[in-house]
Design a protein around this ligand. Structure first.
Ligand code: ZN
Ligand code: ZN
Length: 138
């Protein structure tokens, strides 16, 4: 498989990172927390293996907010942009797809927490929609 590098970073440019390889398919989360922290209708999420992920700059400046026990929201203290975080329980790096540069080589796969989506936003694509989390397979 061809190896591609995806880069990403925050709005002010202090925090930068790279992913050497592919990220997971993208899902859109419509939950009220994602809407609040992005100020938008949904959050575009994906994950990657920690082996592929590398901080380029700004890692030391990152601040975090513990939203619910064990779940930290991390952000750049200068511009407030969300930055990747390590999900200990899954052993994966959580990515904010809107903060990646260029084409990460993946498309939207599904929607989650559609049960709490914004009343002013209509989902018009044909991707699967889940009321809350996507049910686990197997
Ligand atoms: Zn920043
Ligand atoms: Zn969410």
């Amino acid at each position: 498989m061809e190896k591609s590098t995806t880069t990403g970073g925050c709005l002010c440019g202090d925090v930068k990172y790279e992913i050497d390889g592919s990220i997971s398919p993208i899902w859109l989360c419509h939950c009220s927390k994602c809407r609040r922290r992005t100020g938008s209708a949904f959050h575009a999420s994906a994950v990657c293996s920690p082996d592929l992920f590398r901080w380029v700059s700004g890692e030391d400046s990152i601040q975090e907010y513990e939203d619910t026990p064990g779940y930290k929201v991390r952000f750049c203290p200068r511009c407030g942009s969300p930055v990747p975080s390590y999900l200990e329980q899954f052993g994966l790096v959580f990515l904010h797809v809107g903060a990646l540069d260029g084409d990460p080589g993946r498309q939207i796969d599904h929607h989650i927490f559609v049960g709490s989506k914004a009343p002013w936003f209509a989902i018009t694509d044909g991707h699967p929609q889940y009321h809350e989390h996507k049910p686990r397979q197997g």
